[in-house]
Design a binder for this molecule. Sequence first.
Ligand SMILES: [Zn+2]
Length: 341
Amino acid sequence: MNDEIEITLEEFLKLPKGSYILIDMRSETSYEQGHIEGAVLANDDVSSGKDKRLIFYCQYGIESLQTAAYFRKCGFRAYSLKGGYMQWLKKQSDVFDVEELERYDRQITLAQIGLTGQLRLKNSAVLIIGAGGLGCPCGMYLAAAGVGRIGIIDHDEVCLSNMNRQVAHRETGLNKAQSLKNTLVGINDKIQVTAYPERFGTDNAAKLLDGYDFVIDCTDTAETKFMVNDLCVRYDKPYCYGGVIGFEGQVMTVIPHETACLRCIFEEPPTGCETCESHGIIGAAAGMIGCIQALEAIKFITSSAKLLTDKIFIFDMLTMKTRTAKFGGISSRCSICQNMH
Ligand SMILES: [Zn+2]
């Protein structure tokens, strides 16, 4: 090995174990979330390493170069790992290219996501039913997060009165599923997006749900929401219910046969429900709820936290009060859940 201050990953991997001390200069959180095998944190005592090579690495191999130079001045045989942790990570997982690793860097850094979580997101498929006020923000954040495959169902066309909340649409007259698809592909060209310009229902549910890991109900009427609930339970698809009207929104996640479904709680769709058309809706409120639905999907896929199961999260965005109504699991009287056993 020559005495260049930068050492390549290939050169490093050839070094005999025990001939060096590998020092991770990143934060403790980043280290805990993932580090090169055998590395110690920078604040650990390395004074015993006078007779060994000190190999420093940071995220991209930039800060570590300065540190190695400093240690050389102090008489150590110090080196900086070229390309840093990201170079090593890439070698570990060739499923991500360098651009993807940079694109998702700020979430890979999170202990709750990490490279494992990012890989799960990449290998997952989420189906969004309804490309409106909830579906637009939800889809945009799922695309940005790197969900590998996104499906969008909507039979409707974009009209001008949608535009205050359906923020992914750019022009009227286009099919909403196609229009949202165009925006998602523009946000992230590393993912696959499929538009289904049709109405979701009993006749096509099996075909449309097939191959998706998680479903997001972004529809806008009580009747449709109960139908989505019933079909997701019947076809065993975990899904997230969301609803918003005026300044108020609700979210609940259903894991079929494990947690309460919408019908366990309400039995029948309420009659005489207001709609966005009759009551009105503020776009940012739909955005909040759509984002919470995207979070539920991300958390489900990466198994990183507790979901809104057996409870309905209610957010009054006029008073900024939130509450969570808890329920006792699957109801023995639920016509949908009990039919399945
Ligand atoms: Zn039920």
